[in-house]
Design a protein around this ligand. Structure first.
Ligand code: XUL
Ligand code: MN
Length: 343
């Protein structure tokens, strides 16, 4: 595979105030234009958006167009691209019971309308990628929704969006839990299976987040390989996660360097990025981070990715193949771990 140059993105929510479920903000909110300028300065190439990261969900059409144009102008001025728009179907009172799996048809309609509006916004800021994180499409109480019906509703919802706009791509970002006890379609594999049942499978793919795979008890690099094989890995949310707890969104490689290495290696080996896919990070500044260091986790994540890329590209394929041919897997392990240790 060619050694192309990777391009990096992050979301405006990755530079945030440090508020958490247990306490209020501890840092000031930073102006969007300043976030874009700073991300550019630290070597990023684009921004990921929720629909309301661009413009409030309550704005009328004219205001939406005006504000989206302003956002696009800021991106253009810095030579930054918009990677995707994700409809935020989890904060509004109408999405208390979820979006497309809500039991109330009026709430399902809200989810659909808001998602179509997100597609319009995506056009306004110059991307065809719609990321779908099905935050509340699951249950706290097992019998609350019908899981068979929920499966059909997911496909119906994707079909409605594919039909609404013939250019957009739907990119599912699956996560097994949080905020729900159990989410429907908890893994990328589930979503890929559904993709083939939609009206246009070639426009349905996945965004794999390292932490989400770990929360599902899966290896992120194997998950990525599976999606790459299907030619459906169209986005990644690289980060890290220390065991089975809340979604930590830790800096990439900060917990498990070997797992991070394997993600970088598989992405590089199988041409991720060759068709414009971006290396996206979904990493959270810690509550303890000082305002001056609010971009450090983004600097670190990119730098660690690049160090691991250098390690991956320094590996000798013949050596690896000879370890495999002789079934000397411990020898291979030492070879990899010593490379990671700079030996
Ligand atoms: C949630 C998550 C989201 C998505 C975008 O865990 O990762 O931020 O990445 O909606
Ligand atoms: Mn994410």
């Amino acid at each position: 595979m060619g050694h192309h140059v990777f391009k990096y993105t992050a979301g405006p929510w990755n530079i945030h105030t440090g508020a958490d479920p247990f306490g209020p903000p501890v840092r000031d909110e930073v102006d969007f234009a300043e976030k874009v300028a700073k991300l550019k300065e630290i070597g990023y190439h684009g921004i990921q958006f929720h629909d309301d990261d661009v413009v409030s969900a309550e704005a009328d059409v004219a205001t939406t167009q005006k504000i989206a144009a302003q956002v696009k102008k800021i991106l253009d001025e810095h030579g930054m691209i918009a990677e995707f728009v994700a409809p935020r179907l989890w904060e509004h009172p109408n999405t208390i019971d979820g979006g497309y799996t809500a039991n109330d048809p009026a709430m399902r309609q809200y989810a659909l309308d808001r998602s179509k509006r997100s597609i319009d916004i995506a056009h306004m800021i110059g991307t065809k990628n719609i990321v779908l994180w099905p935050a509340r499409e699951g249950t706290y109480i097992r019998e609350a929704k019908d899981p068979f019906t929920a499966t059909q509703r997911c496909v119906d919802y994707i079909n409605a969006l594919l039909d609404y706009d013939k250019e957009i791509r739907i990119i599912g970002e699956m996560k097994p839990n949080e905020p729900m006890d159990h989410a429907y379609n908890p893994t990328s594999g589930h979503f890929i299976a559904l993709a083939y049942k939609t009206i246009d499978p070639d426009r349905v793919g996945v965004n794999i987040e390292s932490a989400h795979a770990i929360l599902a008890g899966l290896d992120p690099s194997d998950e990525m390989a599976f999606a790459l094989w299907h030619k459906k890995l169209w986005a990644v949310h690289l980060n890290d996660q220390n065991g089975l707890k809340f979604d930590e969104d830790k800096a990439f490689g900060s917990v498990n360097l070997r797992s991070a290495f394997n993600q970088v290696w598989v992405l590089d080996r199988y041409g991720y990025g060759a068709n414009g896919e971006m290396v996206g990070f979904d990493v959270k500044a810690l509550r303890t981070t000082t305002p001056e260091k609010r971009y450090q986790h983004l600097i670190n994540s990119k730098r660690i990715f690049e160090h691991l890329l250098a390690v991956a590209r320094s590996l000798d394929t013949a050596t690896i193949e000879s370890f495999r041919a002789t079934r000397d897997y411990e020898g291979l392990e030492l070879y990899i771990v010593e490379k990671l240790m700079g030996k």
